[in-house]
Design a protein around this ligand. Sequence first.
Ligand SMILES: [Mg+2]
Length: 242
Amino acid sequence: MIKPKRKNYAALLIDLDGTLLNIDLEKFVLSYVDALSDRFTGLVEKQNFILHLFTATARMVDNNDPCVSNKKVFYEEFCRLIGHSLKEIEPIIDNFYETDFPALSRWGSEQPAAKAVVETARSKKIPLVLATNPIFPATATLQRLAWGGLRAEDFDLITTMETMHFCKPNPQYYLEIADKIGYPPEECLMAGNDTLEDLVAAEVGMDTFLVEDFILHRQGTDYSYDYRGSLEDYLALLKALD
Ligand SMILES: [Mg+2]
């Protein structure tokens, strides 16, 4: 049984993929990129599309300008690279998320303890943030949340590319969340399965919980954590809070 370091936290931040949602990330990403690139047949050659998608994503992840949303950074770079305007490609992308993305649910499933985690945070009235890397549009995150059997209304904030200005593993991402919910980072607990993207929250003063069910080790990162265990262990910790 993990003993809480403190009696309570002002807010809880928790990751989605591999933490609240069981997902085969490798197969999901491969299928995602394949299906999305198919939508651009005739507009952009497939290999170039994939290259540009990853280049624009990297540009978004590296962005440090607090005035530009992740979405804007991504599409400015992506549209420039593929030589088509946002006006041209937006209907294609919107349609992809409506009709093709739902089929990717085959790579995701409910994480058994997830619902109890959300319910426990709710019953204790601790603000809950879905701190998933905001590289996706809201629809893609809300759909993945549903694959995990969870509901958007159970979260006080869900981070998406439209509303955020930084991505994991930029520590500014965590400061932006703290600012949005109005609590000092020192009073927040971030939980996730990634030894870099989630544990980096410690850099801005948050406590961290490494959820090890589907742990993602990043080489060369040695961020410390305050707690480590399964999602069940995390649930037990929440129950022990005031
Ligand atoms: Mg994760």
